[in-house]
Every structure is written in C-alpha cells, then in structure tokens.
Design a protein around this ligand. Structure first.
Ligand code: ADP
Ligand code: ASP
Ligand code: MG
Length: 444
C-alpha cells in the first residue's frame, strides 16, 4: 500500500488537481490520498481569525477563498455537484465566523475549512479522472489531545480507528493537518502538518511507502527559492532528512519522519509538475555520505538569554528554567550556557510548525528568578551532513568563510548530522548562498 500526500500547490488550481489525480490513477497501490488546503487558503483562514479584522477585510478574504475554489470547480464537467459540496463548507465557514467567540479552539475549526474544502472538490476531480475514491473525515480517526494549534496525536487510537475505516479494496481521500479531541472539537497539528498526518496514516496502516508530492522535484541541497543553484538530492538518510526538516527545510514537516522510521515506511518526495523525475528517496543507509549534503535556513528566530548570579556553582537552575518553559509548552532549539547565563533560541516565525509565543506570563515567571533578555530577528542556519562531529577542521573551514558576518550560538557536536548557528536575520540568505557555493556546488 502507498499513502500519497499532495501539498497546497499540488491542489491549488484545476490543472494542478488534474495532474495530482492522474498521478493517483497511475498506480493502483495508491490507496490513501491525503491532501492539504489549496495553496494560500490556510493563510487566508488564519487571517480571518485575527480579532482586529474589520468587516470589509473579512469579506475580501472570504471572496478570495470562494473565487479560488470556484475557479477549480468551474472547470469540471460535472461542476454543479462539486460547487454544491464546496458551498456547503463555505456556508458553514460563514456561520462559524458569526457564531463563535474568538478563542484558540475556534481557530482550529476555522483553519480546518481549508482541508475540508479542498477534499470536497478533489473527490470530484479524482472521479473525472477515473478514480472512484471514498471521502473520509480525518477527524473521525485522527484523535488528539486538546492542545489547539499543535495537538498531539493518539497513535494507538489512530491505528485502531483507521484500520476500521480503510481496507485495501478501495481508494480513500482524506485531509491532512486536522484531527479532533475526545470532546469532538477540531484540532490541528501545526502549520505544514499534512506531511505529518500522512506519515502517521502510513505507519498506522503499515503501508510500504509514503509519497510526498509537492512543488519541487524532491529535497534540494537548500531551498531552491533562496539559492537558484540548489539541486535535488537523489538519496538522503532518514537522520539527515530529519535534521533538515527540523532546521527549516520546509519541504517536510519536522515530525514527518518519525512515524516513517517507526513503521519502516519508505519515503519519496517528488514533484507533481514533473512526476517522471525520481525526486528524493529517503533511505536508512546511503552509499554516499558527504560531510555536507544540505543547508537550511530559518528566519524570525528569537534569542532568549536568562542570567542569574544564583547559577554560579549551583545545581538545579537549568532544571528550573526548562520546567517553566515546559509548563508553557515552549520548545527550545539551540542552547548555550556560560557561568551565569543561558541563551536559547526559539522558533517565532509566523508559519512555524511549532510556533513559540513568548507571552508576558512566561516572561514574568522567568523574571521571578533571573534577568531576562529577548532579542529578535535572527536567522538560524544549519549545515546538514554526515560525521560532522568527527571531521577534523570542518568548523574552521566553515567559519573561515564567514569572517564578515556576526555569528552567534554555534552548536557543533551534539549531532553527527548537523552544525548550526545564529546570524543576524538579514544576513541569513547571503550566508546560505555563500556556504552553498563553497561547500555544495564544488562537489559537482
Ligand atoms: P506543500 O504545500 O507541497 O507542502 P511546501 O511549500 O510546504 O509545499 O514545501 C515545499 C517548499 O519547500 C518548496 O517550494 C521550497 O521553496 C521549500 N523548501 C525549503 N527547503 C527546501 C529544500 N531543502 N528542498 C526543497 N524544498 C525546500
Ligand atoms: N494547510 C496547512 C498549512 O498550510 C497544512 C499543510 O499545508 O501541510 O499549514
Ligand atoms: Mg508543506
């Protein structure tokens, strides 16, 4: 069995949906199809949830969502049915906007309309392309806790539920990104979470293969939007790909590979617009093991530094600090400590899959036992590869090229697969371009 996930741009227009449907139909082993919202729609829905929004802007966004979807249904032969199914969702979205107070729970339900709308239309596109799929509401089997915006999945329940719904005699279509808690409230898995949903479904169904169909022909040596010389990687190990996605390779949601590793599911990343290209295979063992294989960049990072003289020759300070962060469900990326201070980086980018919000509550909590300094606008750059912690001279070679930049928080040694550091945000792209040229383009 193959589980195939199609991302936002792969279902963003009629033509894209048609290409995706043709891919689905070209291999009868593709049994579970998971799709995201049409490209741009989740951002629109997030914008609808901003409490300061006035009525005119709200209407503008709703019209944009409507036109985007009707421009797809309009091109179907049997367009009435698809249009009706879509409009049912749109009506519910409008009612939802009127009804509910603006709290976090409501936002997850609000953004879930993106995936509900896209699947309601894609089912018809599949049909016109000869694939008679069954539509499934992912919320019926993907059960989560009630941590809205970043819900944690109940895997045993998923395994039990999904095996009751899906059997290998049919093709099924469902939504990525959304689930529901035990009370039936809609929850979401964090931005970009459809990849993660698809991986969980593949694990739960003991599928052989997970396909991530997107707008680029695989995992590249770095984001091709930033560096035009970036090239697709044929084969990459799970360890490297996991580091790359965690440190900003947006092509995969950071949690995607864990279920695939646990379930021994092969993963392929490929492009819907160039399906004939092999894309990238993620493998357990790769013959080729370059020291530097890829680079990633994450903007909008925040540096939190806490300082306390009480830390000097004391134990328990770090435990206390991390307990406070854990209580507020704040996840930390890089850590660096000195005698009396600790610096941490947090992912505060708007579309981060695991977005951190440093609220005044958590800052006040920290201020009870230390001084707190917050610096924004950093870029986090990571070099991904193999044996990075055992290769003599590698950090010298890297930082020698970066003499003109102000580099902070270098993390080297914790993993054999990455070296990462912070730079001033505006310099992130220039650094990635430079390192790509010096360490990756020379390998060609
Ligand atoms: P989808 O909607 O299909 O999930 P995303 O926009 O989430 O697509 O992810 C694909 C995008 O990820 C690409 O268009 C590319 O700009 C970006 N990206 C970042 N890093 C990489 C990388 N190393 N390789 C490929 N794409 C990358
Ligand atoms: N539609 C969701 C988002 O934009 C999930 C996804 O695309 O994976 O974040
Ligand atoms: Mg994505």
């Amino acid at each position: 069995m193959i589980v195939s996930k199609f991302g936002g741009t792969s279902v963003g227009t009629f033509q894209a949906m048609k290409n995706s449907a043709e891919i689905v139909g070209s291999d009868t082993n593709r049994k579970l199809i998971v799709i995201s919202a049409t490209s741009g729609t989740t951002n629109d829905l997030v914008a609808l949830g901003i409490s300061e929004l006035d009525a005119t802007s709200q209407e503008e966004i709703l019209i944009r969502i409507k036109e985007r979807h009707l421009s797809i249904t309009n091109q179907l032969e049997n367009k009435e049915e698809a249009e009706r199914d879509f409009k049912e969702e749109l009506t519910q979205l409008r009612q939802h906007l009127e009804q509910v107070a603006r709290d976090k729970r409501w936002k997850d339900r609000l953004v879930s309309f993106g995936e509900l709308m896209s699947t309601k239309i894609f089912i018809h596109v599949l049909k016109e392309n000869g694939v008679d799929a069954k539509w499934l509401d992912a919320r019926e089997f993907l059960k989560t806790d009630s941590n809205f915006g970043n819900a944690v999945v109940d895997l045993p329940k998923l395994k039990k539920n999904i095996s009751e719904k899906v059997n290998s005699d049919s093709v099924y279509l469902t939504q990525g990104f959304i689930g529901s808690d035990i009370f039936g409230n809609t929850t979401t898995l964090g931005r970009g979470g459809s990849d993660f949903s698809a991986a969980l479904f593949a694990e739960a169904l003991e599928a052989e293969k997970l396909e991530i169909w997107t707008d680029v022909a695989g995992i590249y040596s770095t984001d091709p939007r930033v560096v035009k010389e970036a090239r697709p990687i044929k084969e990459i190990t799970f360890d490297e790909a996991a580091e790359l996605s965690v440190f900003g390779g947006k092509v995969l949601h950071p949690a995607t590979l864990k279920p695939a590793i646990r379930g021994k599911v092969d993963v392929r990343v490929a492009s819907t617009s160039e399906p004939e290209k092999e894309g990238t295979l993620i493998v357990h063992e790769s013959l080729e093991k370059p020291v530097i294989r890829a680079l990633s960049l994450r903007k909008n990072q925040t540096l939190l530094t806490v300082k306390s003289l009480a830390m000097l020759h004391q134990y328990g300070f770090l435990a206390k600090l991390f307990q406070v962060l854990a209580n507020y469900k704040i996840s930390v990326d890089l850590v660096s400590t000195s005698e009396v201070s600790v610096s941490l980086t947090l992912d505060t980018a708007v579309n981060a899959s695991n977005k951190v919000e440093l609220t005044s509550d958590v800052i006040n909590e920290l201020k009870k036992f230390c001084e707190v300094k917050i610096e924004k606008e950093y870029s986090l750059v990571a070099l991904i590869g193999n044996n990075l912690n055992k290769t003599a001279g590698i950090s010298g070679a890297i930082f020698d090229k970066l003499k003109d930049f102000n580099i902070r928080m270098v993390c080297h040694g914790a993993s054999e697969n990455n070296i990462c550091f912070l730079a001033d945000e505006p310099e992130g792209e220039a650094i990635v371009k430079l390192l790509h040229k010096e360490f990756i383009e020379v390998q060609e």
